[in-house]
Design a protein around this ligand. Structure first.
Ligand SMILES: [Zn+2]
Length: 105
């Protein structure tokens, strides 16, 4: 005689706790910006462009410059202003000037 898989005579009671609602996160997608121009469809003017970069010295570069000057390294105090690691890179749309993001090393 084979055992049969009969369903139980009464259905199992379903757990009555509420199902968790799927959470919807609104994430503003910012492009991952790097030190070089990148390809993007501008969210502002919908142009298919490469970002225009503007390089500027980050505040930490000026701080290091000042510190080097204070400790007496007068001739090398300006070096941080020319180092890539202290450069801040801003990315803009070349068509409409929309700001995409800032790259900080
Ligand atoms: Zn644009």
């Amino acid at each position: 005689m084979k055992p049969t898989d009969e369903p139980p005579p009464y259905p199992m009671p379903q757990p009555s706790y509420p199902m968790p609602q799927p959470q919807i996160f609104v994430v503003e997608t910012k492009p991952a910006v790097g030190p070089d121009p990148f390809h993007i469809v501008c969210p502002n003017c919908r142009s298919d462009v490469y970002s225009r970069v503007e390089r500027d010295t980050a505040a930490t570069g000026y701080i290091c410059c000042g510190l080097l000057f204070i400790v007496g390294c007068f001739c090398c105090s300006c070096i941080p202003l020319f180092m890539d690691s202290f450069q801040r890179v801003d990315h803009f749309c070349p068509s409409c000037g929309h700001f995409f993001g800032t790259y900080k090393p």
